[in-house]
Design a protein around this ligand. Structure first.
Ligand code: ADP
Ligand code: DP6
Ligand code: CO
Length: 361
């Protein structure tokens, strides 16, 4: 390593949008490697309101790895952070900066330490998939800093070990997390089904019903479901494989009616699995149920789906409409039933781009 004293710092900054699953990941077959019991499919959102921005820096003056999340130092000693760091260091390559006169050799990465700072522009651990944006961004940014040559699929497989849903945020547009067959997890990774430009008419509205931290984390909730629910086995083995194929077809054909039916059905089955868990897990609340009712009644009255709804591990509704006109009607209906700032806060999105490099220094 060529050093101009020990004062130099090399940095990389990345930004990752969150993703919303329309076929849900719920349940692991391997807790340690984070291997799921079924495939899942998601939409990556544009990063304006729901994204993580992470800066990673390396310097010989750093004496240990450290991380700050939303301005507060957090411990990196957890196994998930350690796995990501270990795996990225193992695949790191030489980095040189001629201007600064710095060369970091492949083997130097084992002893150099990193400082990481990340900000989420939305509530953390509130059922809005902060772990997805967060770990995607962490892994992507460190991979840039350490000059990994692996393709995005391989990078997604590292992000998966931080949080399962994170692997899908490496790509933009419509993304599948293939569960894979291998016991070492090497084929459990994200695959882009279609770019964000494939279906630009979709408008996504998120109704934030609560931004409070959820009581049951996704990790422990799905563990309890795997241990106690009979329905989850039927879902993973029979329902999701068929549904995933149909969803891929609906996305390819931009078939909104099928897309909406499959999305709503999958959200409802995921929450049914939560209810089938012992003790039962309630992620949705009365407001969530009222939103479902509103959409279902509207869809039935029109004879064909106008809007799709899906809920993650929390009460917040993600609503997908086929175009701007329907999105405007949806907003009107939501505002009528839920006066502004009383029960819900509304934000709109389009299907967005992948994790990007914000800048590098
Ligand atoms: P959520 O519903 O928001 O995904 P989870 O319980 O699945 O909630 O995950 C929350 C955890 O994800 C946080 O406690 C933290 O460990 C991790 N996390 C969230 N944001 C980031 C980030 N920007 N960078 C690194 N890790 C993050
Ligand atoms: C309901 O990815 O947060 O959002 O892998 O344990 O970190 P861990 O869980 P996480 O679970 C997400 C569950 C979900 C559905 C989904 O995103 O597919
Ligand atoms: Co999460």
């Amino acid at each position: 390593m060529v050093e101009k004293g020990s004062e130099w710092v090399v940095m990389a900054t990345g930004r990752s949008p969150t993703n919303i699953a329309v076929i849900k990941y719920w349940g692991k077959r391997d807790e340690n490697l984070i291997l799921p019991i079924n495939d899942s499919i998601s939409l990556t959102l544009d990063p304006l309101h729901l994204s993580a921005t992470t800066t990673a820096a390396v310097s010989p003056s750093f004496t240990r790895d450290r991380m700050w999340l939303n301005g507060k130092e957090i411990s990196l000693s957890g196994e998930r952070y350690q796995k990501c760091l270990r795996e990225i260091r193992r695949r790191a390559n030489e980095v040189s900066d001629a201007e600064k006169g710095i060369v970091i050799k492949k083997e130097d990465w084992e002893r150099l330490h990193v400082h990481i700072s990340s900000y989420n522009n939305f509530p953390t651990a509130a059922g809005l998939a902060s772990s997805a944006a967060g770990f995607a961004c962490l892994v992507f940014t460190l991979a840039k800093l350490m000059n990994l040559k692996d393709d995005l699929g391989q990078i997604s497989s590292i992000a998966r070990q931080g949080s399962g849903s994170a692997c899908r945020s490496l790509y933009g547009g419509f993304v599948k997390w293939a569960m894979g067959n291998n016991t070492d997890g090497s084929d459990s990774l994200a695959i882009q089904l279609a770019e964000e430009t494939h279906w630009t008419d979709l408008v996504i509205i998120i109704a934030v019903v609560s931004s409070k931290q959820k009581e049951t984390s996704s990790t422990s909730g799905m563990r309890e479901s795997v241990q106690t629910s009979a329905l989850i086995k039927h879902r993973a083995e029979t329902v999701v494989p068929a549904r995933t194929l149909k969803m891929e077809e609906a996305i390819t054909n931009r078939d909104f009616a099928s897309f909406a039916k499959l999305t709503c059905a999958d959200s409802n089955q995921f929450h049914a699995v939560c209810l089938d868990t012992s003790p039962p897990i309630f992620y949705m609340n009365d407001t969530s149920h009222r939103i479902i009712n509103l959409v279902e009644k509207w869809n039935i009255s029109e004879g064909t789906p106008q809007v799709a709804y899906t809920f993650d591990a929390g009460p917040n509704a993600v609503l997908v409409s086929p175009n701007r006109k329907t999105a405007a009607l949806l907003l009107q209906r939501l505002l009528f039933h839920f006066p502004p700032n009383k029960d819900i806060n509304l934000t709109s999105f389009v299907v967005g781009d992948k994790t990007i490099l914000q800048d590098a220094g």
